[in-house]
Structure formats: C-alpha cells, structure tokens
Unconditional design. Sequence first.
Lengths: 476, 408
Amino acid sequence: MVFSSLTFLFAFLPITLILYYIVPDKAKNVVILISGLVFYAWGEPLYVLVMIASTAIDYTAGRIIHAYDDKPKIRTICLIVSLVMNLGLLGVFKYLGFIIESLNAFFGFAIPNPNLPLPIGISFFTFQSMSYTIDLYRRQIKVQKNPVSFMAFVTLFPQIVAGPIVRYEDIQNEIDHRTITEKMVGDGISRFIIGLGKKVLIANNIGLLWTEIKALDYGELSAVTAWLGILAFTFQIYFDFSGYSDMAIGLGKMMGFTFPENFNYPYMSHSVSEFWRRWHITLGNWFKSYIYFPLGGSRKGLPRTILNLLIVWTVTGIWHGASWNFMMWGAYFGVLIVIERLFLGKVLEKIPAFFSWLYTFIMVVFGWVLFDAVAPGTVGFGDMFSQVGTFIAAMFGGNGVFIDNTAINYIVNYGIIFAICIFGSSDVLKSIGEFIKKKAPVWVQYGFPVVNTVVMLASVAYLSTSNYNPFLYFNF
Amino acid sequence: MDKEKKKFTMTPAKLMIALFTIVSLVIPITTAVLPKQERSENENRTLAKFPSLVNQTKLDKAENFADVIGAVRWEDITVRDEDSYMDKIETYFCDHLAGREEWVRARNTMEMLAGKKEINEVYTLKNQMIQVFKDFDEEVVNSSLNAMNLFAETHPNMQCSLMLAPTAQELFSAEIPSYAGYLSEKTFIDECYKKMQGVTTIDCLSYLSGHKSDYVFYRTDHHWTSLGAYYAYCAASKALGYSSYGLDSFNIETASSSFRGTLYSKTLDNSITPDTIDYYFLASGEPTVKMTVFDGQEQTVYDSLYVRSFLDVKDKYSSFTGSNAPIVTIETNVDNGKNLLLVKDSYAHSLVPFLSKHYSKITMVDMRYINTDLNRFIDLDEYQQTLFMFNAISFSSDIHLKKITMTK
C-alpha cells in the first residue's frame, strides 16, 4: 500500500490508529505487527512471506548471538547467516536479472532471465534487519527477546516501504516502552500532511513535466527544454522522496516513535559532500557505519581513503537500482567527493557562498541526468552512455536550438509550480514558520492546523480524481 | 465552582488532532453511507463496482468445499498487476468518493491557479472552451482518405462530396498563443482536400470564419451550434445542388438555455455561461418528416428530427436526431426524388435539419458501428449523392471510415 492513496488515508489509517490507541500498551506492538503485514501484503501479497521468513531468521540469529555471548565462532556464523540471507534476498530479487542480462550481453551467453518482480521495500527492510544483527554482533545494542516486538520493528508500516532506514538502535527504547503525548500526535499529523502535500501536490505535478520531456526525442530537445526536464526531475525526486520520509516520520510520531531525519534541505548545500550529509541521511549513515568505517574510513592514509570513498559511493549507486546508470551515478559522486577531499573542498569554502552553492547544485543536477535520463529497461552500457550523452549535449544546445515553442509552453504551464518547488526546497518556509511560532500571538498558532487541513483536502482532491477521465464520444 | 469543572484548554495540537480526525472519518463514512451512483453522466461511463473476489457463477455451482475455494479469484490477490483486487478497491474508492464532482472541480481550479492552461485536453479562453487538436496519425488519415476515393471510384453514378468542419479551436486560433503547439485545422483540412479524387470538397471553414463573432460554436461543447451548422449548410449548397434558405426564413426556438456539454464535463468549470440549444424552423412551414432510428437491434420511429426527451438530461446535443446510432433514415414529403447518403460523425446531427428541406430521403450512417457492406441495410442504388461529413479532430483519429470500402 502507498500512503498517497485513498485506501490508505480513509480505510487503513483510521482503522489502524483507532485500534492502536484503544488497545492497552502491551498489545500495541501486536497492532503494529498485524497492520504492518496487512500494509505490506496489500502491495506484495506473496512476497510478504519472504519478509516474514527473513525476519524470523534475523530474530533467531539475534537470539543465538546473544545466548552464545562467549562463543565467538557461533556468533560469527549467525552473523554470516543473517548477512548472506539478507544480501542473498537482495541479490536474487534485485540484481539477478541485471547480472544475467549483463553476462548474456558481454559473453554472448543465453542464460534465461527469471524476471522476478522486485518486492516493494526490499532494499529498506533488508538493510534494517541487517543493522540489527550487525549491531548485536558488535554488542552495541541489547537483544530483542520478544518476537512480536522484533517483528513489529521490521513491519512498522510507516517506514517499511521507502524509509527512512530506521536502525534497531534508533528505536530500541521505544519499541517496548513509549509514551504518546498529545503534542507528539499533533506534530505527527502536521508532519504527515506536509509530506502528503509534498508528494501529491508538488512531486506528482512537476513529475508530469519530466514524464513528458523524457518521452521526447533527446536528439531534438532545445537547451531550455532539456534543462526544464532535468530540473523538473530534480524537484520531483526531492519532493517525492522527502515527502515520503516526512509522512513516515509523522506517522511514527503519531504512534510514539521518533524516527531519524532523512532530509535536511539538500539543495541548499555548498559542497557535494555536504549534499550527501543532507540527502537520504539514514542511507548515508548506514553505509558509513557498515561499509566505510569497517573498510578503515579515512584512518588508513590518503590512497586508501580515496579507494574507500569510491567503493562506498559505487555501492550506494548500485543500492538505488540494478543498472549501469545507477552505478555510474554513485561512482560520479564518489569522484566528486574525492576531488573535494583532495582540494576543491577548501576552494569551495573560500569562494562566495553563491558560487559554491551553484557548483553543488549543478553537479547534483548532472547527477540526476545519469540517474534518470535513461529509458527504463536499458541494459547495455553503451546504450546508457549514448542516451545520457545526447541529453547532456541537448542541455548545452547540442541540437542547435536554445529555446523553442515547446519550452515556452512548458514555462508558461509550469512556471508557478517551479517557483513553488524552489521556494519549498529552501528553508525559507521553515524559518517563517519558526518565527511565527516564537513571535506571533497565540491565536496565530491555530493557523497551522487549519492550513494543514487545507493541504490534506487539496491532496485528496488530486488523489481521488486521477481517474476522472471523461470520454467525448458516447459509448466509445 | 471552577475548581470542580475540569477545564478544557484548546491547543494547536488538539485542533490539529480534531481536524484530522474529522476529515479522516467524515470522508469515508459519508462515502460509505451515501447512495452509490452507477453511472457518471459527465464522464459518460459506468463507475466501478465493488470488486468481488469470488466468481459467482462458479460459487453457485459449488458442490463441496474445494469448489468454493476454487471459486475464489486467487490470481486477483496474488498477481501484482493493474487488475489486482487491491487496485480495484482503490479505483472503486476514487469512483465513489463522496462529492466526487466537487473534488474534481477543486482540483481543476487548483490546476488553473497553478498556471495550467489546458485541462483534460480542454483549453479555456474567456467564456469559451476549446477542444485542442494536438496530433494525429497520418496513416490513419490517409487510409480514410483513400477509402473515400475508392468508394467514389467504385460508385461512378454516385456524386460524392466531403465536408471537413473546423472546430472552435480554428476559429479562436488568434486567441491561443502559438507556443501552445496546437495544430492548424485549416492546414489539416487543406492537406486532406488535396488528396481527394472524384470527391467534391466543401469549404465550410471560410464560411464559418466569416462569422467568427457569431455564436457558431458552443461554449461548453465540442459541437457547432445550429447557427454554425446553418453556415455549413450554406457552404454545401453548391456541391449538393440546392439553393439554401436565408437566415431570415427561419423562426428560431430556444429549446434549452442550460446546456453544459462535453467540454464542460472535462473541466467542470462553472464560470462559463451555459449554452443555448436552438432549433431552426422554416417560417413558411416545415416539411413533414419520418425519422427511423436503427440502433443495431431495433427501429424506433419519430415524427420529428428533434428528440426532445434529451433536453431533460445532460446530453442535450443528442436532441438533434438522437444520440449516435448506426443508421438513421429520414424521409420527408419533399417530392424531388433526391436521396442523400450521409456518412458522418455527430457534427452532422445539427446539420441534417437544414438539409432535410431539400431531400426526399437522407440516410445517416455512422461507420463506428458498422462492420459490413452497407447494402445489407440499405439499397445504395437509391441514392444519387453521398456526403462525408466530419469535424477535423474526430476525422483525424477516425479508424472506422475505412470500413466504407466493404460496401460494394
């Protein structure tokens, strides 16, 4: 199920929350567990079994690691079983098809591709589960003996599908003892609605522009159209993804959980390294804790640091999807970050803030070209490069047209939405909000819930009418 | 006294919780309680039914438990595709959400505020809605043109004409910015006409353009008004060989002034003035008519070209000769022996009342519903003239006209 659907907003969520609030504290995790399974099964009726199996194995591994505290071998075996299973699931469901297709393409094999559909959220829940066994192995957390509580951690529906990547460490105290205050619920609702609005009102709308431009022939795009297209995607992915995180964090809060933040105005960054500290924060932290630091981080000399950075970023790229362009996208950021580490970072600190911002933003935008200007289903490395190359050429006027009617039409139709995107991805609104909260009279505070409610109703208007499609011709 | 009363203090958080609770409960409860509509008039379609996981026919035949299990559509919940049970639930919810039309209107208003000029392929000018002409498939158009040429060639005794009508977009083109990227209907019609062989082409565009400022197109519907059809009737007079009546020969009856047409259905914009539907009657007296509508199954006979019962429903344009039917035959007491075969789309419906003054018989055929030789329904030899009559936009995507070549 997705949050941005009527089924979720008006059936699943009210029922779940009512049950959640009326049952005694001890039974709340049962509600989380059952609602989480229903939520997941709604989108993945079969693969929910995969999730249950993986959770059961991680739970058992955790118990054994704990029980044999003084037997390092057994502990290590349990960790390896958990890692192999989680990475194996990822490998089979997410990467197998790509690996087979690539082998076939390079070596002329004819291995049949099983074409397994990707279970929703598998990249998230496997990473969450792994964090538990690894941290337990490292003795950083306490074991969870209650299977319901452990399962509730994995199936906690707000974060199951698209993050943030909540590590067990983040909620280990809350999973068994949490207090739900009126303020938490109120704040949670506000946060949820803000996320809903970001996703439904902004991301979906600006996304339409990118969908349209992406369908055009890259070899005929005017420079302005190409820029509009990739900027549309730049905003779409931010509002979509951060909106989803906001919804998750808000829902978590309504249920008494404090999830880690996932985005912190990434498009206001002044260096690429900073961008990655503000973009998908929980993923960055995950890779830092479980790959970068174990590889030695920056403690083993410069060449090794560079290598480690490149490895982490390439893996980060692949995590986003099984294809060359995601790998390239990750490696691209790895290279940029290495360059910043070597010398550019110091330069960026010295030049006027506007220029360091502009540099960072443009680099990120070019990153999105690698990320998404590739037609789905592109397997070949060369194919990917020619598409990306044509698109980037178009951005520099390579098609010989700077601006055309198509571009003007897009500017007229999407100008206001672009303005909203620019405004909304800066922290201006947040500052205004905080100013009002501090300085304005109390009655003004009541404006926030009212505005939020309007945003929610507006989102419902968009969600409910996507299938409103009148036909001109009778019976036709 | 105050101490005993537990005082309720409002806080912004409480207000948020209250509002959220109200919205989250009122919407689903009203949706569940309100009676469900089966059809959406505006969308011209049947709304989704609540999905069932059980195959009822199989269940009725079930004799044991295994049969009952077998009657469940497991694939609807196990296979993840657009047809899954879960998606059907969401569709059902969207289709039947309480106040659906208001939600649509709210969304469209927000879209317009956000600067969108075109909603559901409708471009709204000041008090005028326009169906936009964005693209067409040249192959589709060519096969229609070839089919008409071939029909003319294989029926040498038939005098064939083609009239492609512009739509409001062409007449209002000066008010639509060129960057919007819409196609020119004039260019399209000219290109089509160039390819016609043995078929007389009728230029009704220049006739209509001359009356741009008159009420020739509905504001909220994609059709032309009776006045628009009148000018087309004048434009066709030479090719069809009649002398058209002057405007002042008609008495005009305003049959409805609350017509909101197909374009309104797409945007639900209430700010556009509803249209009037006018009937034009000859002051000197109308010919008597007998209109036979064949819907593919049975025939219904009317003694008028106007089916006034449609004036009471949303689809008021259908009061002109009734809604689209495969074959409509109009016999008049005009005693000149001229019979016209009219292969058409719905633009012809408001044109026919004018034409009927000059023909003994007019047969309208709608090729969308006919998949065979026309001779199975009518005797082609009775007709001296064939008029092909479409509006540019519907013609540009017409994939049915080519079936006319099946007619011997």
